[in-house]
Design a protein around this ligand. Structure first.
Ligand code: CA
Length: 219
């Protein structure tokens, strides 16, 4: 797999790059937004690992994620950052990030996150899920409600994907928190916020609240 590694601190970037190469990946190292942009023009990565604070600004990594998504990049984005506020995390994920690793982290933890994201990426769904007014095109990451396309953030899509892949399963809030915000302690409030957003953007019935948690609400 091809991985873009945007991190301005060499002491952090080099061991991460070495680890990824050791695992057989092709790594494009970038120490600035400018270098990252060049790398992406040369070849689209399968995974983007983005530091947030860069020479171009303290949220330059977030801005670059937005740029990537706007340019049509649909692969996973892993943010690595020293910032740890819940608001920051939500901001990063709303901008199209898939996961968030707070510095300092171990190489082992980094490797595990990368593996999980690449596994998800390679499990490309060619199928489409349809039930009631809902249609999810997994490969294109597009969602329709009553025939109308609805734009979801990466995290909202991930949540909906979970419910539709196992439509009869009940997920408790803790499990959703673990799956959507692995390794963080954002609090269950975030799960409620995202369930609420899906209900607002689609229909209130899309996710049912049931004893023990939530499940897909469409019969
Ligand atoms: Ca940095």
């Amino acid at each position: 797999m091809r991985i873009l590694l945007l991190e301005d601190e060499r002491d952090i970037r080099e061991p991460l790059a070495a680890l990824l190469r050791h695992q057989g990946h092709e790594v494009d190292e970038a120490g600035s937004l400018a270098e990252a942009r060049e790398a992406v023009i040369e070849a689209e990565p399968d995974l983007a690992v983005l530091d947030v604070m860069l020479p171009e600004g303290e949220d330059a990594g977030f801005r670059f994620a937005k740029e990537l998504r706007e340019a049509g990049y649909s692969g996973p984005i892993l943010f690595v950052t020293a910032r740890d506020a819940v608001e920051d995390r939500v901001a990063g994920l709303d901008l199209g990030g898939d996961d968030y690793l707070t510095k300092p982290f171990s190489l082992k933890e980094f490797a595990a996150r990368v593996r999980a994201l690449l596994r998800r990426q390679s499990r490309v769904h060619s199928s489409v899920f349809e039930r009631g007014p809902l249609k999810v095109d997994y490969a294109a990451r597009r969602v329709f409600w009553d025939g109308r396309e609805v734009s979801l953030s990466a995290r909202e899509f991930a949540l909906l994907e979970l419910f539709t892949l196992y439509p009869d399963r009940v997920y408790d809030a803790e499990e959703l928190l673990d799956r959507l915000f692995p390794g963080t302690d954002s609090g269950l409030r975030i799960v409620r916020v995202y369930v609420h957003r899906l209900r607002q953007k689609l229909g209130p019935e899309v996710i049912a609240t049931v004893p023990g948690g939530y499940r897909l609400g469409l019969a």
